[in-house]
Write a protein that binds this ligand. Structure first.
Ligand SMILES: [Zn+2]
Length: 316
């Protein structure tokens, strides 16, 4: 079936294309049937308005001269995040729950998976089938609307996007990596040529920890109220990758809407992977007063993000 609202389809695919092209060396180029023939292009993706949103993982021999089918049903699949998701499958990416190391992060209840979905339980409700070993990270499932830091890292590696960079290349720090433009691609909160500068101007910082020694971190102006409209990043860094970072919360009070369970200002703690969003804390209670970096992620790094800028009009 052909697409109805061609303008919206073109716009949505362009949004996905722009995200890939800004962050990776993958280019999405539109071709007419005539161009495919005259340019003798054997391998391509064929976006189709047929039932469901899905794609095979990677290309197969059967797709030669026929196009690798990307099923994007106009009703329900023409959303930027879905288009990106299906293009990622077309490029060869699997779901996170298919990772070889997934059992460290989730427990799969195989007895609850229908036989026909055992291959990936794509159409089941994952909440009944899968349990996060760390419930504080559960919010990450299905949360992304664009290519994430680690998507970009995987595509860059698989498609050798940075191999053309002339040597010597920059040694990116703090888990940044060399991107398709031969610049360091930094975890959010870090910037600079080698990702070794904090992205906030007059607050936050990179703190190198020494084993057994405590460092105190406070919000700006503490114990007085902080200025709103700021995002402060602190990167807490251990001396080597086998050491872990621990944070103890002593005094904490950030405004929230308790009825909506919504933080107005918050402290986000990235204790798992430094390039992945962490859980946000607000309110006057802290759910736990001690948080350690995860041994499964980047144990030697922890990022604290104090955000009083995203929601405006709230006093400190
Ligand atoms: Zn998928």
């Amino acid at each position: 079936m052909s697409f109805q609202d061609k303008e919206n389809v073109a716009k949505t695919i362009k949004e996905a294309k722009d995200d890939f092209e800004a962050k990776t060396c993958v280019k999405i180029i539109q071709k007419t049937v005539e161009e495919l023939e005259s340019e003798q292009i054997e391998w391509y993706v064929n976006i189709t308005n047929s039932l469901g949103c899905y794609s095979n993982v990677g290309v197969s021999e059967e797709d030669r001269n026929k196009g690798q089918l990307l099923h994007l049903q106009e009703q329900g699949c023409m959303i930027k995040s879905t288009v990106i998701h299906e293009f990622c499958h077309a490029l060869g990416m699997e779901h996170e729950q298919s990772r070889t190391d997934r059992d460290k992060y989730v427990k799969i209840y195989q007895d609850r998976v229908l036989k026909e979905y055992k291959w990936g339980f794509a159409k089941t409700n994952w909440e009944n089938v899968m349990e996060f070993r760390d419930p504080n990270l559960e919010f990450l499932a299905d949360s992304s609307t664009e290519l994430t830091f680690y998507d970009v890292m995987d595509i860059t590696k698989a498609y050798k996007c940075s191999e053309k960079c002339s040597k010597p290349v920059i040694a990116c720090k703090n888990r940044g990596f060399l991107d398709h433009q031969c610049n360091c691609y930094c975890p959010e909160g870090l910037k600079g040529d080698d990702c070794n500068t904090i992205a906030s101007d007059d607050c936050g910082g990179i703190i190198d920890l020494v084993p057994g020694k405590e460092v105190q971190i406070t919000s700006p102006n503490y114990p007085n109220s902080y200025d709103v409209g700021k995002i402060c990043y602190w990167l807490l860094r251990a001396q080597n990758i086998n050491q872990t970072v621990m944070v103890k919360i002593q005094d904490f009070d950030l405004p929230s809407n308790k009825d909506l369970f919504r933080c107005y200002h918050w402290l986000e703690i990235r204790y798992n992977l430094v390039g992945q969003p962490g859980r946000k804390y607000c309110d006057d209670r802290f759910y736990t007063d001690k948080i350690s970096s995860s041994s499964f992620g980047n144990p030697d790094l922890m990022m604290l993000i104090f955000d009083t800028a995203t929601v405006t009009g709230v006093d400190a």
